[in-house]
Structure formats: C-alpha cells, structure tokens
Design a binder for this molecule. Structure first.
Ligand SMILES: Nc1ncnc2c1ncn2[C@@H]1O[C@H](COP(=O)(O)OP(=O)(O)O)[C@@H](O)[C@H]1O
Ligand SMILES: O=P(O)(O)OC[C@H](O)CO
Length: 494
C-alpha cells in the first residue's frame, strides 16, 4: 500500500488540504479562502466557524479531486497561522469571541504600559525569546477575558479553553478528545519558557491567565489524537503539528545550522536554524522553537514582517490598481528603473526589526510621471527591502544565513525573487514544491508514522527549481537600500 499523507494548512487568508505521496509529491489540493474582518483601526478578526468550515470543506473536497480515498491516508499533519487566539467553552465547543488574528494590534496600549516595567520585558525576552508585543497570544487572551462578559469568571472556574488555531482544530477534529499543541505554536504565545519547554508560571500570573485554559505541549511529531470518523468516514491519526513558518522550515529541509527559509504569504517570515542552543538576538529578532523532535529542541532566529502578500491584496482590493496578484509581475517589468518610489506597508505598524506598532504606511517619492507600474513595483520591492532589514539584523547577531530558500504565494513571482536576490546580494533558491508549509506538516506526521526514518531522508527529497543570483553591483544595491531606510525613517514613531 502506498503511504499517503494528508496535510491541513490553515493560513491567514485561506485553508488548504493537500494529499502528498511519501516522496513529497502533491497528489491533490483543495483550497478555500475565507473572509477577513477589520472591525476597528488595527483590529483583525476571523470568524472561528468560517475557519472550521473552510477546513472541513477542503478536507472533503481534496478527495473529490484525486483517486485516493480517506482509508488510504496513513497519517495527518496540521500547520496553521500562528499566534491567532481562540477561546471556547469546553462543554459546548462554542467560541466566546471571534479569533483575534496575529496581525491585530488592539493590545498595543496594554503592551506599552507593561513595557514600562523593564524587569518584566527582560524576563519575557529571556524566557520566551520574544519581545513584548501585541502580535503574540498572551495579551490577546487577556483582552478576551477582560472584555467578553463573564469570560474571566468562566475561565477561572475551568470552563474555558485557549488555543492557537492548531489546538482549536485538533479539539474539534477529535470531537473534544484532545486539548494539545506543539512546541512551535506554544513558543509563540509569550507564555512558554523555550528553555525548560514548560508554560511559565510567572508569565501566566503577570498576564492573569488561568493555567487550566492552556493545552498540553507535545513534540512536533507525536500522537495528537485521532480524526473523528464522522468527518471522512474513517479515523486518521493526527501525528504532525507545527506553526506554519516552522513547518516551512521543515518542508524546506533546513535541518542544518545556518540554513534559512523565507515564506512570502500574507506576511513574510524569515527563519534561520541556529541549532540546539537558543541564540538571543540583540537586534530585535525573535528566538523561537524551530522544531522539537524526540524531546530535542532545535532553535531558530526569526524575523517577522506583517505585510508581504497583504500589500498586494491592498493594491488589488484597496486601490484597485490590479485585478489579480499575478499581473504584478508584468507591471513591475514595465516600471521605470530607479524611479525613487518607496512604499512602506506599515498598515498595522512595523514588525521586525523595528517593532513599531504605531507607525502607519506611506508611499514616498511620487513625481508627475509616477504611474501604476511604479507603485506596484514599489509594493513588491517593499517585501524585498524588509527581508534585507532582517538579513542585516541576523548578520549583526552573528548569524549569516548560508542558504536562503523561498516559498509562499509571492515566491512564484520571478520579478520579486530576482529583485530579492539583487537587494540581498545573495543567492535565493526556490524549490520544486512551493507548498512547503503543508509539506512540512506532512513530513512531521510521516516521521511519527514511520514513513521516514529520519530528517536526513527528508533532506534528500528537497529539489531546487530555480536559483536566483544577484545582478546589481554593491554600489547600486547600497543606493537602493539607503532609499528604503530613509523612507522607513520618515514614518517611524519609535
Ligand atoms: N504572482 C504573485 N505575485 C505577487 N504576490 C502574489 C502572487 N501570487 C500570490 N501572491 C500573494 O501571496 C499571498 C498568498 O500567498 P499564500 O502563501 O497563499 O498566503 P497565506 O498562506 O498567508 O494565506 C497573497 O497575499 C497574494 O497577494
Ligand atoms: O498565514 P501566513 O502564512 O501569512 O502566516 C502567518 C504567521 O504564522 C503569523 O505568525
């Protein structure tokens, strides 16, 4: 019997179900977008039922699109948008509030007030590897408990459960049998000690979060529960879980120290494998769990950019300059070179390495002959310049990436990848399979199911499709990057 693996990739804008063969080949894909909700400036929410329905629909649809049956699936992996926070009633399964999405900045003021206590901010960074910021789950949980009527009392009585999207999905897919997460997702809550691999009692206390709400933390390849038969007519073990960016690190086979990947989806996340000791950044990058296998943690350094593909969505839906993301490539090719236009997409503040929640976006350098092409090109370039910011910060931390592998929706754009290589002054490798996030979840499940004997087998399966090489001189690169830095300086608040 062939070893098929099913993966769920629950992303910020869409959910996918993908069936992989053991060689990492894609057998079938189903995808469904779901609505985003922006109730106030800086707020971003998802309807939990829309997330759930998009997952169950794609789980069923993927089998309509290929000859494999659910009974032929050996194992199931789950990967997810991270930090996004859900709280639900453990008896009814009903969420008490919409999912507060990772991009949401409603707790900026809470974070600002807490940051006055420098002993606390130092403690947070030392224990969690993160920076005190609204991005992470801790203050989002607190906001729900403080703002939803009766929620705090119910939570203290042990009636409410917290989960990131992986936990919420597993809880529902197992009909409430498993309340679990994995170490990568736990490491994004700002409540998890990445050294001891335990929930941190002091942080639970500081953020006023009852411990009973929290899921059990497992390795990335482990027994997370069994898919309830009612969904696909058969039970399938859930054996691999990782937050989407860490799953991409696994899918890109970045198993050696110094290997890095950058995923260009809604946001962009560059993650560098730093081996078995956590490298604490002095340049406002995050220290995080890369993956945890057989109880052994591999750490990573991460730079998180909030707006990558989301900038292209804004060009499409906000400005109506384009009809679809794909046409940006041809438009950018037609743009005037060195036109001096910079788009800084700080729609919800700036992420790494600036961490400026109050900054707001701008388009600078407009002249009378600036046209749609130049603005679109500036939107695409902003993603590359932000990656350059991260590369620079990593280098300052003494961790220069030896390889950069790219993936995500935007990585399909050759113009962007060419400019990325130019501005980084480094080679950029795009693999044959760009669904690396789902692939990583499938690989983790496959490791637990015994389909793969070790990560070395997975490294051998990675295949390069295109290598982009830099074409700019150092002087040209420096000049372009200085223009970006000047544009960022104009919009920063801190
Ligand atoms: N050819 C392209 N050029 C530029 N951006 C693209 C292209 N194709 C997709 N995108 C952008 O990539 C994003 C989708 O990537 P995906 O990896 O599916 O995101 P997510 O997992 O965050 O939902 C969208 O924001 C879209 O605007
Ligand atoms: O949904 P994505 O792919 O943009 O990823 C979201 C990240 O996990 C947020 O940290």
């Amino acid at each position: 019997m062939t070893d098929y693996i099913l993966a769920i990739d629950q992303g910020t804008t869409s959910s996918r179900a993908i069936i992989f063969g053991a060689a990492g080949d894609i057998i079938g894909v189903a995808q469904r977008e779901f609505p985003q909700s922006y109730p106030q400036d800086g707020w971003v929410e998802h309807d939990p039922e829309a997330i759930w329905n998009s997952v169950t629909d794609t789980l069923r649809q993927v089998f309509d699109k290929c000859p494999v049956t659910p009974a032929e699936i050996k194992t199931l992996g789950i990967t997810n948008q991270r930090e996004t926070t859900l709280v639900w009633n453990k008896h009814t399964g009903e969420t008490v509030y919409p999912a507060i999405v990772w991009q949401d900045r409603r707790t900026s003021e809470t974070c600002r007030q807490l940051s006055e206590d420098t002993a606390l901010t130092d403690y947070i960074t030392e224990r969690t590897g993160l920076l005190l910021d609204p991005y992470f789950s801790a203050t989002k949980i607190g906001w729900i408990l403080d703002n939803v009527e009766g929620a705090r009392e119910l939570a203290e009585a042990g009636e409410l459960l917290f989960g990131t999207v992986d936990t919420f999905l597993i809880w529902r897919l197992t009909k409430g049998a498993s309340h679990v997460t994995d170490a990568t997702n736990a490491s994004r809550t700002m409540l998890f000690d990445i050294h001891s691999q335990q929930w941190d009692e002091r942080l639970l206390d500081e953020f006023n979060i009852p411990k009973a709400m929290l899921p059990e933390v497992l390795d990335c390849a482990a027994e997370f529960g069994e898919l309830d038969e009612s969904l696909l007519g058969t039970g399938i073990p859930i054996q691999g879980v990782a937050g989407d960016q860490q799953a991409a690190l696994v899918g890109q086979a970045c198993f050696d120290k110094g290997m890095a990947k950058s995923t260009y989806g809604t946001g962009c996340f560059m993650i560098l494998n730093t081996g078995d000791t956590p490298l604490m950044s002095e340049n406002r990058l995050l220290t995080t769990v890369g993956y945890r296998l057989d109880g052994k943690t591999t750490y990573a350094l991460e730079g998180s950019i909030f707006m990558a593909g989301a900038t292209i969505q804004w060009l499409r839906d906000g400005l109506h300059l384009i009809d679809n993301a794909e046409e940006t490539e041809a438009l950018a090719q037609r743009s005037r070179r060195d036109n001096g236009v910079f788009l800084v997409p700080a729609f919800t503040g700036l992420g790494a390495p600036y961490w400026d929640p109050d900054a707001r976006g701008a388009i600078l350098g407009l002249t009378r002959d600036t046209g749609i092409s130049e603005i679109v090109a500036a939107g695409l370039q902003s993603v590359c310049y932000q990656t350059k910011d991260l590369q620079k910060a990593m280098e300052c931390d003494g961790a220069r990436p030896v390889t950069l592998r790219v993936d995500g929706g935007m990585a399909k754009n050759d113009w962007v990848m060419g400019f990325l290589s130019d501005i980084l002054g480094a080679e950029v490798e795009r693999p044959v399979v760009t669904e690396t996030t789902a692939l990583g979840a499938a690989y983790l499940a496959g490791l637990q199911a015994g389909i793969y004997d070790s990560v070395n087998t997975l490294s051998k399966q990675w295949l390069c499709e295109t290598t982009f090489r830099p074409r700019l001189t150092k002087a040209q690169r420096d000049q372009a990057y200085e223009g970006w830095q000047a544009a960022v300086a104009r919009i920063r608040c801190c």
